[in-house]
Design a binder for this molecule. Structure first.
Ligand code: ATP
Length: 251
């Protein structure tokens, strides 16, 4: 379970005249185990910055993050072991094959060679990576890179999974496969958080949705709760009403 409490993050403006950018302004929500929680918001809403604070890459100016009850600021090392992260910059090593990229992370997490091999076989099957698993990743398509980065994030079977725009740039079939995979993680009891600016993506997958715009949580709840809150039958109309603009909510 991941809880964000009143997170704030402001970036200093660059250049003499630039004002500071308030990227995240009092964001709070809880992502439960066995559920998929979606952070939905237009470009620049603060999703990536929020996620970076969840996965210990960035420290909030105010507020705190609890992962399974542990304050990230108190024990970032143990928290990192219990989370798997697909960062916005996928950052896979291009000289290594997909298998070597995944294996390296397994080693960093203290897994044995046999454990790593078994886990890679499982992930490669679920993510349909078998055809390119032993190719060097230089020249990989965006979908192949994303799958490699997801497998690498999950090699140590982390309880909590944080994915920044996982379906960005993926084709329809790959997206469907990935959705199935995320549902499988949920069924296994993992806590899954992912971000997206595509309303249809979030509504197809999420148990709970946190709508973020201009660094703030505009609304939060199940799709039904959001429809009720907005007084709209149609989820898309509900989003538009809650966010106050249609900008950025479409594919
Ligand atoms: N390192 C940084 N320095 C300065 N400003 C930043 C930095 N990182 C983010 N920002 C600003 O903070 C705001 C929120 O950015 P963020 O990347 O969190 O949004 P996002 O919701 O993930 O957007 P997108 O959907 O476009 O990826 C933006 O105005 C962005 O320009």
């Amino acid at each position: 379970m991941i809880t964000a409490e009143t997170l704030h993050k402001t970036f200093a403006g660059k250049g003499k005249k630039d004002a500071p950018v308030v990227a995240v302004n009092s964001v709070g929500f809880t992502a439960r185990d066995g559920e998929i929680t979606g952070l939905l918001g237009p470009n620049g809403a603060g999703k990536t910055t929020t996620m970076r604070m969840l996965y210990t890459l960035m420290q909030p100016d105010q507020g705190r993050v609890l992962v399974d009850g542990v304050n990230v600021a108190d024990d970032p090392v143990s928290v990192r072991r219990s989370i798997g992260v697909l960062p916005d910059a996928r950052g896979i090593y291009k000289r290594l094959t997909a298998r070597e990229n995944i294996r390296y992370f397994g080693e960093l997490n203290g897994m044995s060679a046999a454990q790593i091999d078994a886990r890679i076989a499982e992930l490669a099957k679920s993510l349909q990576m078998e055809d390119f698993l032993d190719r060097q990743t230089e020249g990989f398509s965006q979908g192949q890179r994303t799958k490699t980065a997801i497998a690498r994030a999950l090699v140590h079977s982390p309880k909590n999974v944080i994915l920044d725009e996982p379906t960005n740039g993926l084709d329809v079939m790959t997206t469907r496969g990935l959705r199935e995979f995320l549902r499988q993680l949920k069924q296994e009891g993992h806590c899954v958080i992912f971000s997206s600016h595509i309303m249809q993506e979030v509504s197809a997958l999420c148990d709970r949705i946190v709508i973020i715009a201009q660094g703030r949580v505009m609304a939060e709840g199940t799709p039904d709760e959001l429809r009720e809150k907005a007084g709209e039958q149609n989820l898309e109309d509900a989003f538009v009403r809650l966010i106050g603009t249609e900008e950025g909510l479409h594919a």
